[in-house]
Design a protein around this ligand. Structure first.
Ligand SMILES: Cc1ncc(COP(=O)(O)O)c(C=O)c1O
Length: 337
């Protein structure tokens, strides 16, 4: 027999469902990457296949956005992201040899060196090349920060069609969900692939007790009778920076926000449901398990929060919460356009 072997997953292709929603988004290389205190050429930011992280998933990382401003650009909630990176590293006993201010300055440096904005920023800390045993003691900590252009993450203007995943999120005291660790994203991949193969844009994971947790890469909010609800961090959800921003914005706009366990069926009968995340920003959800949310149109409260969020991020509304770190790069386009 000649030619490549038949796919073991023919259903995905037969239905063509996955292709409908997911556009390929190849990484767009920039010029420099920050590595352990220096800027190095993009092509030289390579690691050995025997590095600890490759075998045991020993990485923690961040996803941050830099937005266009009327003049220059600005990174959204940079210190909060870097604090979460330090927290993730602490949980895994990884000693990062840089202080928070140095990490924040490094982000500004790499964006200015590349002159690319708006952009997505990916700081990553991992255990590198040293020993092959599970014990990480003999493997050095490596810190990299890259930035590159990255547009809309959740496709569709009218809201996303999502499903509840058959995969649960991480059980407490197994993989810590407050750490943004690379290894957690094996679970996210299962949730996301299952959703895509079945023709949805995203999947929502329940926690081990069957309560709503989060999307594969987003926090979830529910609106019912003018009140916003979002799962507790104890429901195996990441402490999303955008989640925190949406809560602050909603309260500022005069809404009540309640963090509480959310049963799955509360999603189906909601007036509005939306995702929050650095990549997803504030993204309305149109249907869940093919049940339309209200009339299926993006809700009023979702829209208000999205407008305020993007207004602040793009410097068109007052930075009343002090969320922006300026960068001296003239933006070429709006990241969320
Ligand atoms: C699993 C998961 N939950 C929630 C979020 C949202 O977090 P943030 O708003 O900090 O990007 C992300 C994205 O980083 C994520 O990967």
């Amino acid at each position: 027999m000649t030619g490549p072997p038949q796919s073991r997953y023919p259903e995905e292709y037969a239905r063509g469902a996955a292709k409908e929603h997911s556009k390929p988004m190849p990484i767009q290389a920039t010029s420099k990457i920050w590595h352990n205190g220096s800027l190095i050429p993009w092509e030289q930011a390579k690691i050995h296949v025997m590095s600890h992280v490759i075998h045991y998933g020993s990485s923690v990382f961040e996803g941050i956005r830099c937005y266009a401003q009327p003049r220059g650009s600005a990174v959204f909630r940079l210190p909060e992201h870097m604090q979460r990176l330090l927290d993730s590293a602490k949980i895994y006993r990884m000693e990062i040899p840089f202080a928070i201010d140095e990490l924040c300055a490094a982000v500004v440096d790499v964006i200015e060196a590349n002159g690319v904005a708006p952009c997505y920023i990916r700081p990553i800390v991992f255990r590198g090349y040293g020993e092959i045993g599970v014990s990480p003691k003999g493997s050095p900590i490596e810190v990299y920060i890259a930035n590159f252009p990255w547009g809309k993450y959740i496709a569709g203007h009218g809201g996303a069609d999502v499903c509840i995943s058959s995969w649960n999120r991480l059980a407490p005291n197994t993989m810590p969900s407050l750490a943004k660790a690379g290894a957690n994203y094996m679970n996210s991949q299962l949730i996301h692939m299952e959703a895509e193969i079945n023709g949805y844009q995203e999947g929502i994971g329940l926690d081990v007790n069957g309560m709503v947790s989060e999307g594969s890469g987003e926090n979830v909010f529910v609106v019912r009778s003018g009140v916003l609800y979002t799962p507790l961090l104890g429901n195996s959800a990441l402490s999303g920076i955008t989640r925190d921003s949406a809560i602050a914005i909603a309260r500022h706009l005069g809404y009540t926000v309640i963090e509480q366990p959310i049963p799955r069926e509360m999603l189906y009968i909601a007036d509005e449901v939306f995702f929050t995340g650095t990549a997803a920003e504030v993204s309305p959800i149109r249907s869940i398990d093919r049940i339309l949310i209200a009339d299926g149109k993006p809700g009023e409260i979702t829209q208000k929060i999205a407008d305020e969020f993007l207004g602040i991020a793009n410097g068109l509304k007052s930075d009343r919460f002090g969320w922006l770190t300026p960068v001296k790069v003239n933006a070429t386009e709006m990241a969320s356009a």
